[in-house]
Design a protein around this ligand. Structure first.
Ligand code: NCD
Length: 298
């Protein structure tokens, strides 16, 4: 079994990951963790795109479960000598890993690799495709705060066009019964998604999830003056006042302070779940690695 998309998971598997993630979250807060669930297994992390949270949390997750973790140094690899992705996959497979986590700039690349591997492959973000473990950790974070996802009004705002996080979250949060409102600049909204104005999206929301403007994936300049994006499309205190009084702020990170979100809002301990999302990321990735490697340990 691979975890390439939210569609890779049955409803029962989603429920299991969220429940187990909540359990590992508590476990991780203990002073010493010595789980041996993945003892004797090797996990390879191959990140062809930059990452702080996803890369480190997969490494910590695998190590906390007792696995041996190898991080492929893409910059120093034979990719730089012209090796194809397929040949790299065959090479990694020959080393008999028990799981492979891959991030790649091309949408669909994890599926290409998975077809050539004998072990489970986890998509850690592919181009503008999907980022399933981010959506799972976001759902787990929402459940931690609100106890449930069903029926919550959740606004997802910003650069939806380039956001694999949004794509996975739309699938997962809808499946879990959330009432989603999507908003962003017209040029950064995918054609197939119904959008509204950010003020309408935030109105009455219980969760406001902001997305980074992914200028590195854009071919054209947005043409915005300094401060203009925040003013027109970002989360400001004035905008947040339209949400419910207890509304939570989320962001997958990395945040661009003063662009899609006011810095003070990101830091507000009463409202912001951004740091909690990072902590939940380790726990949920433990649950994913455990589920996917279960048959190898049995
Ligand atoms: C995101 C990503 O890489 O897709 N970050 C993450 O994994 N937490 C979002 C982004 O880069 O803006």
């Amino acid at each position: 079994m691979h975890l390439l998309s939210i569609d890779s998971l049955s409803d029962a598997q989603v429920a299991l990951i969220l429940d187990e993630g909540a359990r590992w979250f508590e476990y991780n807060r203990q002073p010493r963790r010595n789980s041996k669930r993945l003892d004797g297994l090797t996990v390879i992390n191959a990140f062809f795109e930059n990452s702080t949270r996803t890369l480190l949390s997969f490494e910590i997750a695998a190590k906390r479960l007792g696995a041996q973790v190898v991080v492929m140094q893409v910059e120093r690899s034979s990719i730089k000598k012209g090796e194809t992705l397929e040949d790299t996959a065959r090479t990694l497979n020959a080393m008999r890993p028990d799981a492979l986590v891959i991030r790649h700039g091309t949408s669909g690349a994890p599926g290409t690799v998975a077809a050539l591997m004998d072990c489970p492959v986890i998509n850690g973000g592919d181009g503008i495709g999907e980022h399933p473990t981010q959506a799972l950790l976001d759902a787990a974070t929402i459940r931690h705060r609100f106890g449930h996802v069903a029926g919550l009004r959740i606004a997802i705002c910003g650069d939806l066009k380039h956001s694999r996080v949004a794509r996975s979250n739309i699938k997962l949060l809808r499946r879990l019964g959330a009432d989603l409102r999507l908003a962003g600049p017209p040029s950064l909204m995918p054609d197939d998604l119904p959008a509204c104005d950010i003020d309408q999206a935030v109105d009455g929301a219980e969760v406001v999830m902001m997305l980074r403007v992914q200028r590195e994936r854009m071919t054209e300049d947005l043409g915005d003056a300094p401060g203009e994006y925040l003013d027109r499309y970002g989360l400001t205190a004035a905008r947040l006042a339209k949400a419910t009084p207890h509304a939570a702020i989320m962001h997958p990170g990395p945040i661009n302070r003063g662009v899609e979100i006011e810095g003070d809002l990101a830091d507000d301990p009463a409202r912001s779940l951004i740091i909690l999302q990072v902590e939940m990321g380790v726990a949920v990735r433990m649950a994913c690695l455990d589920l996917l490697t279960a048959e190898r340990v049995a």
